[in-house]
Ligand binder design. Sequence first.
Ligand code: PFF
Length: 473
Amino acid sequence: MVAVKQEGWSSRTAFILAAVGAAVGLGNIWRFPTLAGENGGGAFVLIYIACVVLIGLPLVLSEVLIGRNGRTDAYHSAKKLASDSNVSKGWAAFGGIGISAAFLILTFYSVVAGWVLYYVGVFIGDFFGNLTSGNPFAGALLNETKEEIPQRMDNLFTNNTILLSMHTIFMFLTIAIVARGVTDGIEKAATYLMPIFFVLLVCITIYGAFVGEFAKAITFLFTPDFSKLSASVVNEALGQALFSMSVGSAALITYGAYVPKETKLAPTAGMIAFADTGVAIIAGLMIFPIVFSAGLDVAAGPTLVFKSLPIAFQSMPAGSFIGMLFFVLIFFAALTSSISLLEAVVAWAIKKFQCSRAIAAWGVGGLIFLVGVACALSLNIWSEYKILGFWNIFAETNIMDTIDGFVGKILLPVAALLTTIFIGWKADKKLVDDQTSLSGGKLVFYRFLTAWVSPIAVSLILIFGLFPDLLPN
Ligand code: PFF
């Protein structure tokens, strides 16, 4: 049996960087602009911000405090708060559901991060001129026609050698960092990668403001057209807010466990929520001016970043250099998030199996890698497998989309719902209140949001996710 030593962040700043790194990821740079583009811009953004403030933020605070009180993985921290509060340990289920969600998210997250890595390679090839022909990264986008550029993604989806090598490299990096530990691995990665990420974000946004149609992007993102609002837009906005802030997936509880006793949690949770939302909006301001100036469709969907943006970069000054930086930026964001997903599962495995961190990281990471291989293959040779085909909402989806949908529609909302009911109604009031560092009206408001607003709103996502026909459009 290996003694499990208590690990922790070396400072509050380290925790904030790591937690912001966990929250800021593909969800901010890839999914948020995609959804804002598809759902008419301003109205979506407004509803999204309301969801962040009223539902996401209190949940971030609740999860971090559960972790800080338990000082261990999400499942055992939830169990500890249940026993401290003299309620059934069954409430700890949300910790277990969150850990399962983290496991499943990482399987497809790593595949998508692999696409990003491939595009980093493509733009490096582009920037440094045509590599030798026959090299998959060669063929420089600059020499391709507007019709050929988007085909790169279609070709990627049929090329298992590249898909699987990129997935392997990404998982390898994630595992290697988590295996090094909280301070030497996770904290160090966040303190190097996040500042570079922010600098790149600001620089590319300024570049887009000068060469692209910035004013049009501002109008698009901040002028709500309420005729675009529908129940499904609200539903999408809430689901995206939870995913983007990493709520319901055990990561924040796990990171909370390493937070020093004296850290005030409410302002810290506020900073995480603010940074995550700020990055999503800036990502919109970075991407839309470029998309508008190239006359492309903002509602292109999930291919916006991978197909439309490269077309736009081609016609812009220093396009291949900026394109390279852009994909490096997404790559860094994805890596700090994937680290948090793996850590959520690894922390549990260390405690459960009393094993060393290295064994837990390589063991759990290896399993996630294997399921990820199935996700990658479901883009081509396994596209016909419908693992939950008997269920109407998953009848048509391949393995990757089924896992994504199952987590987003079921696991995350169920974990978030149980968490908010537990904190709002079951957990020891004094224990919770003391941990929040809130008082007066703010505390009353937090309690109200946690006990009433979040449970109702999250139940709605769950119901409409499961029974989409109920959605009035
Ligand atoms: N919040 C991340 C993103 O926006 O890409 C995704 C994520 C990371 C979800 C960690 C859940 C999690 F535990």
